[in-house]
Ligand binder design. Structure first.
Ligand code: AMP
Length: 397
């Protein structure tokens, strides 16, 4: 496969791509006529796989695919050639949607595959986009039954959608809804048995947003652990929850997606006792997370607290705390340490003791997750392999 080149090279003579092409109407990732610099600002802060498409300023009639990769933005020229669109002159597409879809599945020579669209703002655009991609649900077919939880940004309700029991996150505030729309759009790209599955989205004209997900009958993992306790939950069960979460995180890691708020309260348990990570990314762009004062201090890695440096490795730190929560049956981390003393002590290298009865091999993993240098922390892949080894050899008994 030929190597598509960032579009700094001299143009060949091309026809007008605009003529007759099916443009995604107010589509999320299509930003129209913006400059190279504007595109780079929109793709800041860097996040590998974040992308947008703009109209080329240098070559009117062509488009440019702008992709963030390892801290810098690559600009790939999309050439109109013989009635079709191409980046590498090997793969040709009928329209931009097909092109984006192709590079979403496979980098195919780009610096990365396309992971997350940089969204055009506006709920109307979002509604169009969700309809187009098949994620928009019909409000008339959704029955809201009762409130089951209170989230920071709105109520969680149990509902019925065409005969299926569902959970519905209702976000009333327009500004908050804007942030959640961006993340719901990311959720449409993620699918794993240990991630709470998005079923669809309803964006209302008035700015309300409903995020409909699979219903997790046994509620949050932290409540589950506290209510059952050690008399009910054996070591096999705790290890299975740890593995469930680790597998979801390995999937997010492989897709360059950072959760930022991994904790037992954000893991839900299904009717058949499968733990699934929830709220992935939902809080990412919401206002509270911008405000360092409101970060969940006890779960957040030192570098993320200090420099807002969130990464898969900061998720690994949180995963270590989550393991501690699992093995202490839902206790609040850093017991008996006043909140304001937690960060200074952790920065000096303090680590929590093993929870009572925690297998040493599992405690060892927690401590590895709490390595101060993020580079030295294990990956989720390594953690998953070690947990599987512990399970296979029954080292947790
Ligand atoms: P959240 O806003 O995600 O923190 O959710 C608040 C609470 O609502 C959770 O602690 C759960 O008890 C409940 N909840 C959230 N999502 C679901 C779901 N998909 N299924 C069942 N309960 C849920």
């Amino acid at each position: 496969m030929g190597q598509p080149r960032p579009c700094t090279v001299q143009a060949e003579q091309t026809g007008s791509a605009a003529a007759g092409f099916l443009l995604p109407p107010r589509s999320c990732w299509f930003h129209g006529k913006i400059t190279r610099e504007q595109a780079e600002r929109l793709l800041y802060p860097p996040e590998t796989g974040l992308f947008l498409v703009r109209e080329s300023t240098n070559y009117p009639g062509d488009y440019t695919l702008c992709v963030s990769c390892d801290g810098k933005v690559e600009h790939y020229r999309i050439i109109y050639h013989n009635g079709k669109l191409t980046i590498d002159e090997e793969e040709y597409f009928e329209n931009l949607m097909q092109l984006v879809e192709h590079y979403t599945k496979d980098a195919d020579g780009l610096c990365t595959r396309l992971i997350k669209p940089k969204l055009m703002e506006g709920t109307v655009a979002a509604q169009d986009e969700f309809s187009r991609s098949g994620w928009a649900l019909n409000r008339k077919e959704l029955k809201l039954i009762q409130t089951i939880g209170k989230g920071e940004f709105g109520d969680v309700m149990v509902g019925d959608y065409r005969g299926t029991k569902v959970a519905v996150k209702c976000i009333k505030n327009d500004a908050t809804a804007q942030a959640f729309i961006a993340e719901a759009s990311v959720m449409t790209q993620l699918r794993h048995n240990n991630l709470v599955q998005l079923l669809g989205v309803i964006v209302e004209e008035r700015g309300s947003l409903y995020i409909v997900t699979e219903y997790m009958a046994k509620g949050s993992l932290v409540d589950y652990l506290r209510s059952r306790g050690r008399t009910v939950l054996g070591g096999d069960c705790l290890l299975k929850f740890s593995l469930d979460v680790c597998e979801a995180m390995e999937y997010l890691e492989a897709n360059n997606f950072v959760h930022r708020d991994l904790a037992a309260r954000n893991v839900l348990v299904s009717d058949d006792n499968i733990a699934k990570v929830s709220d992935f990314g939902l809080t990412k762009e919401a206002s509270s997370i911008q405000d360092t004062a409101k970060l969940p201090v006890k779960w957040t890695s030192p570098e993320a607290l200090r420099e807002k440096r969130f990464s898969t490795k900061s998720d690994v730190w949180s995963y270590g705390i989550l393991l501690w929560e699992i093995y202490s049956f839902g206790r609040v981390p850093y017991p008996r340490i006043p909140l304001k003393e937690v960060v200074p002590r952790v920065e000096k290298g303090y680590k929590m003791d093993a929870p009572d009865g925690c297998p040493p091999v599992v405690y060892d993993l927690m401590k590895q997750c709490w390595t101060l240098d993020p580079v030295v922390r294990p990956s989720f892949r390594m953690l998953r392999e070690k947990l599987q080894h512990i399970r296979a050899k029954e080292l947790y008994l």
